[in-house]
Write a protein that binds this ligand. Structure first.
Ligand code: UDX
Ligand code: UDX
Ligand code: ADP
Length: 470
């Protein structure tokens, strides 16, 4: 019998679950969507009267304003959310394991398992359970075993994999018009029926031909593969940026020329100080771990190099700053513009700015940092985590959080652009120059400024992937 989804529960109100299910609620007014989370502060923020949402994402507030209270609800009552729903998204965090077997590589599946066990324990009717979090290949199998071993009589569970491909900063537009929606299911009659039920949800706004249905394991692996190949493009272009700097070639010109080949394509070829974000590194390390577990060391080594190149790029950029400032930055003030891992997000997970500032601190520099979105507490938390042995008072002596780009640059020897925020394109560089110590250096880690224009003002400019004179 065809399953009709009328109530959805999403476990996990984070960067993925929040925006995804808010958009489902907006686009499917006939479906009741409840997003549950154990974190009370986070749920309160989603419910806040003045819409001070826990994550910053362009367009998100408007979506929540339209749907919240209508058919979109946020709650800490996980059990009720599970019981009421026909379909449950599991959208909890899957960080890289910090200790134990696979530490530093494998995904920590503890949160997925706890959520799965909770579903089995409290559900008193059949459910479709959907993996939304990015998980290692074959996690659905473990989820099924747990659910079947713990379910109440008469309760049947179908498991789907429905990885989310949204990028932060463009989450809402990505969700409104996805390149594709991927649904993996077992190829049994029940599995296929569950797949159709979820497909019907997406049909409310996604054209049918963009919904791809595949086997469970292909779906799980495709998510890791997509992120690994995107990250690999960035590491490839960053590897070439080092060659450009040494030869006088210009990485933007090279990327443009290469990207014109339709087999390569123009996107995701922007050289940078290194990729960040919660997904790329984690998913590649995951793939490395998977390859090793499958006794495929050459495959593991291939993917591992993508992450190593990224680490190299971050270190290399910090070293360029030190080398250019006459081989010492001790006691010198450096302005770091941007702390988020990319523009239009307040997220700092794996942000290149964190390792840059840590390297500057190790050189005993003074750092001024400015970011238009990242909360100050988050900056302190990240810097503390990056230098666990330093007392926070020491970190606060070396680092100052500033209220604007202009303030951050005051009395600095160098400006380092770490995030490509649009407002950095509008900076009044004449004013910045007046307030800086001379010679005034700019290090452009995002190929954002017009280097020639800055040189005319008097700056000494170094851009990633440009072998030109300062
Ligand atoms: C990524 C994937 O794009 C998305 O499909 C997946 O669902 C989650 O992971 P996200 O991490 O949010 O999304 O952002 P993305 O735009 O991919 O950027 C990741 C990092 O790569 C950022 O630090 C960004 O600045 C950097 N980047 C991106 C480059 O350095 N150069 C580029 O050309 C593109
Ligand atoms: C290549 C470049 O495509 C071309 O632009 C350049 O000028 C010369 O080198 P060519 O070597 O003639 O051209 O053939 P190409 O179609 O690129 O294939 C190269 C090899 O890759 C072949 O062995 C082909 O079978 C293989 N290949 C190609 C794959 O295995 N998978 C693919 O998806 C594409
Ligand atoms: P992602 O980027 O994958 O969305 P986040 O860390 O932003 O990851 O969000 C995951 C959310 O899942 C967190 O808010 C966390 O509190 C929540 N969570 C984790 N485990 C459970 C659970 N068992 N029940 C409910 N919520 C959970």
């Amino acid at each position: 019998s065809p399953v009709k989804v009328t109530k959805i529960c999403c476990i996990g109100a984070g960067y993925v679950g929040g925006p995804t299910c808010a958009v489902i609620a907006l686009k499917c007014p006939h479906i009741q969507v409840t997003i549950v989370d154990l974190n009370e502060a986070r749920v309160d923020a989603w419910n806040s009267e003045d819409f001070k949402l826990p994550i910053y994402e362009p367009g998100l507030e408007e979506v929540v304003r339209k749907a919240r209270g209508r058919n979109l609800f946020f709650s800490t009552d996980v059990d009720k959310g599970i019981q009421d729903a026909d379909l449950i998204f599991v959208s909890v965090n899957t960080p890289t394991k910090k200790s134990g077997v696979g530490a530093g590589f494998a995904a920590d599946l503890n949160y997925v398992e706890l959520a799965t066990r909770r579903i089995a324990a409290v559900a008193n009717s059949s459910k479709i359970v959907v993996e939304k979090s990015t998980v290692p290949c074959r996690t659905a199998e473990s989820m099924r075993t747990i659910l079947e071993a713990n379910s109440k009589p008469g309760c049947h569970f179908d498991i789907l994999s429905n990885p989310e491909f949204l990028a932060e900063g463009t989450a809402i537009s990505d969700l409104f018009a996805p390149d594709r929606v991927l649904i993996g299911s077992l190829q049994t009659p029940e599995g296929i029926a569950a797949c159709v039920a979820l497909k019907d949800v997406y049909k409310n706004w996604v054209p049918a031909e963009k919904v791809l249905t595949v086997g469970l394991w292909s779906s799980e692996l495709s998510k890791l593969a997509a992120n690994a190949m995107l990250a690999q493009r960035i590491s490839s272009i960053n590897a070439l940026s080092a060659i450009c700097e040494a030869t006088g070639a210009n990485i933007d010109e090279v990327a443009h020329a290469v990207g014109k080949d339709t087999r390569v394509g123009p996107k995701f070829l922007k050289a940078s100080v290194g990729f960040g974000g919660s997904c790329f590194q984690k998913d590649i390390l995951n793939l490395v771990y998977l390859s090793e577990s499958l006794h495929l060391p050459e495959v593991a080594a291939y993917w591992r190099q993508v992450v190593e190149m990224n680490e190299y790029q971050k270190r290399r950029f910090a070293k360029t700053v030190v080398d250019t400032l006459f081989n010492t930055i001790t006691g010198k003030r450096i302005a770091v513009l941007g702390f988020a891992f990319k523009a239009d997000t307040g997220d700092t997970r794996e942000s290149a700015a964190i390792s840059l500032i840590r390297d500057f601190q190790d050189e005993r520099a003074l750092v001024n940092v400015y970011d238009p979105q990242v909360p100050h507490d988050q900056i302190w938390l990240d810097l503390q985590e990056a230098s666990p042995r330093l007392p926070i008072e020491q970190i606060k002596k070396q680092v100052t959080i500033c209220p604007s780009a202009l303030e951050a640059c005051r009395n600095a020897e160098a400006v380092v652009i770490a995030t490509e925020w649009a407002e950095f394109r509008e900076i009044d560089w004449e004013a910045v120059y007046k307030n800086m110590n001379k010679p005034a250096f700019v290090f452009d880690g995002r190929l954002l400024v017009d280097a020639e224009k800055l040189r005319k003002i008097g700056f000494k400019v170094t851009s990633i992937g440009r072998g030109e004179r300062l």
